[in-house]
Design a protein. Structure first.
Lengths: 205, 204
């Protein structure tokens, strides 16, 4: 192998190479230096990954856009999220129930306060005794005036959260003393409560 | 003495963040952004060599991701999904600017405008010592866009040639050839840079 042939082979050969190639590299300082440099460049390149940070402007713009599109909302200060409930013991069951209760009440009250409510709407006041009575149609009504994209997003989330509740309920029914299963069910109800709350926020905007 | 009650402070996993973001949680969106912003922005910066463009493209990539987050099913890694999406955003941008994603040199025989010098067997100076990160970054910025795209995807981001061929819409052979030429061009640029520095230090 000569220098020209070696250069022509460089694009194809990632590492090592043929016996002829290695023999040429041992005998030719120029080609040997070239190959060493190219390997060095490739090795140094990997250190360039994820080395730079965008300015705060980028997140600010993203946040503004997502808020305008209704995809994110303000996180209320100190508002506990699902993961913070896991050490509350038996009392934590009250949380999703209370959340659903409040949301149900909220929806009912808001309906009562709406100008010109139809008789049909007024009669659909949500029963508050049982959180599971908060049906999905109530949520759909809350988001009825949003864009199709938003409504699709809610429908998808609603489907997922209902699947989660059904699965978790099934496990709890089979193993009532399973702490993890009860926690999963509680989490799923909490997710649904958040979804209703979000829908109310959207509806209020 | 009773221990104070602590709120659980374990950092949520990426899967948890994604689920929360799907529900519209602003904090989760920001946490996902913070986790991946450097990689996405660096990719955009390397491929465009322009900070303003890179920021706009990083913003666009995250926006597209967050708009689609409800469809994320977790079959593939979130970072892989985001990364592929970011590459597509940049390539679309380059195409709109009419910059070649892959160098046209492959199909234009005899034009060596951007091609590295072929000093076969010449007794030239090697790049002695380690390569400075900043020097390399500047050299990458000075690569022609076609070379830069392939070099960034392969040597910096770690894509394989078959993946690059699919992403950039070229052949595997073309990707290999472009990468080799990009490395050769970088070698020339780095050597020139060192020669200039050596001259300045002698004069100074």
């Amino acid at each position: 192998m000569n220098c020209v042939e070696l250069h022509q082979s460089l694009a194809e050969v990632e590492d090592g190479g043929s016996v002829e190639r290695l023999a040429h590299l041992r005998a030719c300082p120029a080609c040997s230096a070239l190959v060493r440099d190219l390997n060095q460049i490739a090795a140094a390149a990997s250190r360039l990954q994820a080395a730079d940070e965008p300015s705060p402007r980028v997140w600010n713009s993203i946040e503004v856009a997502l808020r305008q599109e209704g995809l994110i909302r303000l996180q209320r200060a100190g508002r506990p999220l699902i993961t913070t409930f896991s050490r509350w013991g038996a009392a934590r069951w009250l949380v999703p129930a209370a959340a659903m209760l409040l949301l149900a009440l909220g929806i009912s009250v808001r309906r009562e306060l709406r100008p010109n409510p139809s008789a049909q709407q007024a009669s659909v006041a949500v029963p508050v005794a049982n959180p599971s009575d908060l049906n999905d149609d109530d949520l759909r009504q809350e988001i009825a005036n949003n864009t199709p994209e938003i409504k699709t997003l809610y429908e998808e989330n609603l489907r997922q959260v209902n699947d989660s509740i059904r699965d978790a309920q099934g496990v709890v029914d089979e193993t009532p003393n399973d702490e993890d299963a009860r926690r999963s069910l509680m989490d799923a109800y909490q997710q649904k409560a958040m979804l209703f709350e979000l829908a109310m926020d959207h509806s209020a905007e | 003495m009773t221990e104070p009650r602590h709120q659980q402070t374990t950092e949520p996993s990426e899967a948890e963040l994604i689920e929360r973001a799907k529900l519209g949680d602003a904090v989760a969106f920001q946490a996902l952004y913070d986790k991946h912003k450097r990689r996405v922005y660096s990719l955009c910066l390397r491929m465009t060599a322009n900070t303003a463009e890179a920021e706009d493209l990083a913003q666009e990539a995250f926006l597209q991701l967050f708009r689609k987050i409800a469809t994320f099913r977790g079959e593939s890694a979130f970072s892989t999904w985001l990364h592929r999406l970011s590459v597509n955003v940049v390539l679309m941008h380059l195409r709109k600017k009419s910059l070649p994603v892959v160098s046209l040199e492959e199909t234009t025989q005899g034009t060596e405008e951007d091609s590295p010098k072929r000093d076969f067997g010449a007794d030239d100076i090697a790049l002695a010592g380690s390569i400075d990160r900043m020097q390399l970054q500047r050299a990458v910025d000075n690569l022609p866009p076609g070379y830069r795209t392939i070099f960034v995807l392969h040597d910096i981001e770690g894509y394989e040639h078959n993946e690059i061929a699919k992403i950039a819409g070229c052949s595997i052979g073309n990707s290999k050839s472009q990468l080799h030429k990009a490395r050769m061009k970088l070698r020339d640029l780095l050597k020139m840079n060192r020669a200039e520095k050596a001259t300045k230090s002698r004069v100074g």
